[in-house]
Design a protein around this ligand. Structure first.
Ligand code: SF4
Length: 328
């Protein structure tokens, strides 16, 4: 039988997550003006750890490059996509295409999506919608992004602009890798034991995000004997992704670090214990990044051979080269 640490490592080392992306963000010249919006973090760093699935919805519905710009017109809930000069209505084509692509997403097993901000097709939030008097409100969502998000509510999604916020970036990428692990878990043979093992290696990661969800998931895992396994898996996946969407804070991380320290605290010398307590306190007060106390916890987990901690994905939920925890 695999130990918890083996399970965690096996999960980390498997295939790359497949992530959808607005094609212009990868440098493809598909924008209305024939240009692109290549995003260096996505192309040069994050792109090493995922397999991109680029889509330009406007080109795919038959718009040319370069092309007349389109905009959203009408009500916030049901805007239409109208070409600015000619008045051509692209709404039906775009909605049909989005529904078809939504089905492809299931087949391709996407683990996330990065949308281009402000676009009437790809924008995830704060997209301009013009009312019939010609006044614009920044409260809309691009038609393609809206359809994908509605069809796949658990899929982690973000915009490239928001990914410049390092906390949002860390949260999004962590959810992409977690969703990918969940997709792998559901593609293998389902069993009560497999679900318990999945839950076990995610314990402290979940606790850092939301204790309420963590406890709810624990109760769900315990019901596999009474409920149908498929139903429990469905509920678990939904609550698992909801939990990770709750942002971890300095306080919740420090709480997790304190818990972890409890596993080897008695084996530390007085000086070692004092240093680690100081590191966790400094992190709690935002004087040092999370990576500092995490590195020490990892070190002591290995030194004192605490297998349970070594198996916790909280200690390394994403590729370390992304350096996400150097900034939170
Ligand atoms: S924002 Fe979307 S529709 Fe516009 S060019 Fe980029 S990929 Fe195409």
């Amino acid at each position: 039988m695999l130990s918890v640490s083996n399970i965690a490592m096996a999960n980390i080392s498997q295939t790359k997550p497949r992530v959808g992306i607005s094609a212009c963000l990868l440098g493809q010249k598909v924008r209305f003006d024939g240009g692109h919006k290549r995003e260096p973090f996505l192309t040069e760093l994050f792109g090493k750890f995922v397999e991109w699935m680029p889509i330009c919805p406007e080109v795919e519905v038959g718009m040319s490059v370069p092309r007349e710009t389109v905009r959203l017109v009408g009500t916030l809930n049901h805007p239409r996509m109208i070409a600015e000069k000619s008045g051509k209505d692209w709404t039906e084509q775009m909605n049909r295409f989005a529904a078809k692509r939504g089905r492809d997403i299931a087949e391709k097993n996407l683990s996330g999506y990065v949308f281009k901000k402000n676009s009437p097709s790809c924008g995830m939030e704060r997209v301009k919608v013009h009312n019939f008097k010609g006044m614009a409100e920044r409260k809309g969502r691009g038609l393609f992004a809206a359809a994908i998000m509605q069809q796949w509510p658990l899929l982690p999604v973000e915009e490239e602009g928001r990914l410049n916020d390092l906390k949002l970036r860390e949260n999004f990428i962590e959810r992409v890798f977690a969703y990918h692990r969940w997709q792998q878990a559901t593609s293998e043979r389902k069993s009560a034991g497999a679900l318990v093992r999945f839950h076990t290696v995610h314990k402290y990661l979940l606790l850092a995000h939301s204790e309420r969800h963590y406890r709810q998931l624990g109760r769900l895992v315990a019901t596999t004997k009474q409920e149908s396994l498929a139903a429990v898996y469905d509920d678990y996946g939904r609550v698992f992704m909801e939990a990770l969407a709750v942002h971890a804070t300095e306080k919740t991380h420090a709480n997790v670090l304190d818990h972890m320290m409890g596993y080897f605290s008695k084996q530390l010398t007085a000086t070692e214990r004092q240093e680690l307590v100081q590191l966790i306190g400094d992190f709690r007060h935002q004087l040092i990044p999370l990576i500092a106390p995490i590195t020490m916890i990892r070190h002591y987990s290995k030194k004192y051979q605490v297998e349970y901690l070594q198996g916790q994905l909280y200690l390394e939920p994403n590729p370390k080269e992304l350096m996400l925890r150097n900034h939170v």
